[in-house]
Ligand binder design. Structure first.
Ligand code: NDP
Ligand code: ZN
Length: 375
């Protein structure tokens, strides 16, 4: 009985230690699906022995933030602080942490925790964790009382050190944040499909993700064609090294493109006809789907139509694991591959406007919030 009493006391003490040591945080949140960001104060779980506290310097705006914040993928719980493209500086470390020291630059992408024990985790594919990865925001954190995570449009983040990414001292911090999602989500399928020099490849959707895909593919030495709906981006395509720019709204430009490409990546965030791109694949060619349109706007694939263009492959790709994200950051910084960014201040009005401009196709190419300007 005495033993049980002691155990209960210890548990109570541990819980209250964790409660008392929660980390106060402030950020920008949406309180309903109408876009209107407002200041929001909340707290994050205590810094465990294997965790680090990061002071957030910059936070990118991904189209996934918009889909989630507007509840386009399902039932988003409010308030929500989005943001999974995070670049910052380590300000505290747990007692077991050796990967980082205070003062280091660090990045956070879409994964903040995973079991570390299943086969995918052991293979460095934490995005496929069999016990479910914990997402950076809007995700139930099973390692911390199932609390819902809040993202990076905020002043700080507490993350398991194993899931944070090391950022070199010489990195251009203003531009690093979008690599943590837009970068890895395009780098990963390009590697998975083993794209090589001289391949004819294409990028559908020339936005935040798409312009990263173009840069990685051009660096490899592939011949890149871009598909988009926006006439204003034609000159940018050439500037980034693409050989061709196709406005898919112009039927004439689409002629003669079937059986041309060994690899196509689709980042399109809305309804489109996937067969348009399947038909453009050469035999054995691969179409990687990374765009995740709203639930009400999902593209539909008529499977029978695949028979007429047999032996082409289609696969989905979700972000990338932690080791591959580290590899991507090291590669991008070493090769000076960065997103083109527009820096905005950390206030509700600026983020509201940025969301509308992403939806209207008026951003080139990624908004990044300067979190140091948060009041
Ligand atoms: P952006 O809005 O920055 O880019 C989307 C681009 O697609 C824009 O350039 C847009 O044109 C273009 N576009 C829209 N419709 C068409 C069309 N019919 N044909 C060709 N191009 C089109 O979004 P992001 O790059 O940030 O994200 C893209 C998608 O990827 C989103 O759905 C996002 O949720 C998803 N995503 C998926 C991840 C994964 O792990 N699989 C990770 C991160 C994001 P315009 O400029 O005119 O608007
Ligand atoms: Zn993203």
């Amino acid at each position: 009985m005495n033993k049980l009493f002691t155990v209960v006391l210890i548990l109570i003490e541990m819980t209250s230690f964790a409660q008392n040591n929660r980390i106060p945080s402030k950020g920008l949140a949406m309180f309903s699906k109408e876009v209107a960001f407002k200041p929001y104060e909340f707290s994050r779980h205590a810094i465990g022995d294997n965790d680090i506290l990061i002071e957030i310097l910059y936070s990118g705006i991904c189209h996934s933030d918009i889909h989630t914040a507007k509840s386009e993928w399902g039932n988003t719980e409010y308030p929500i602080v989005p943001g999974h493209e995070i670049a910052g500086r380590v300000t505290k470390i747990g007692k077991n942490v050796t990967k980082f020291k205070v003062g280091d630059y660090a990045g956070i992408g879409c994964i903040v925790n995973s079991c570390g024990e299943c086969d995918p985790c052991k293979n460095g594919e934490e995005q496929f964790c069999e016990k479910r990865m914990v997402g950076t925001y809007a995700s139930k954190d099973q390692y911390h009382n199932n609390e819902i995570t809040q993202g990076g449009y905020a002043n700080n983040y507490v993350i398991s050190a194993n899931h944070a990414i090391k950022i070199q001292k010489n990195a251009d911090m203003k531009k690093v944040a979008p690599l943590l999602c837009a970068g890895i989500t395009t780098y990963s399928p390009i590697r998975f499909s083993k794209v090589k020099k001289g391949d004819n490849v294409a990028v559908a959707g020339f936005g935040g993700l798409g312009h990263m895909a173009v840069q990685y593919l051009v660096k490899i030495g592939a011949n890149v064609t871009i598909f988009d709906i926006n006439e204003d981006k034609r000159a940018d395509a050439q500037r980034l090294g693409a050989v061709k720019y196709i406005n898919v709204n112009n039927a004439d430009e689409l002629k003669g493109l079937n059986n041309q490409f060994s690899f196509i990546i689709s980042t399109i965030p809305t309804k489109y006809d996937p067969m348009l791109y399947v038909r453009m694949l050469k035999k054995d060619g691969e179409l990687a789907i990374v765009g995740v349109p709203a639930s009400e706007n999902r593209p539909i694939l008529n499977v029978v139509s695949l028979i007429g263009v047999s032996h082409r492959k289609i696969y989905g790709s979700m972000i990338g694991g932690i080791p591959e994200t580290q590899e991507m950051i090291d590669y991008s910084v070493a090769n000076n591959i960065y997103p083109e960014v527009e820096i905005i201040p950390a206030n509700g009005k600026a983020v509201d406007e940025a969301y509308q401009k992403v939806i209207d196709g008026k951003v080139k190419f990624r908004y990044v919030i300067d979190m140091k300007t948060l009041n």
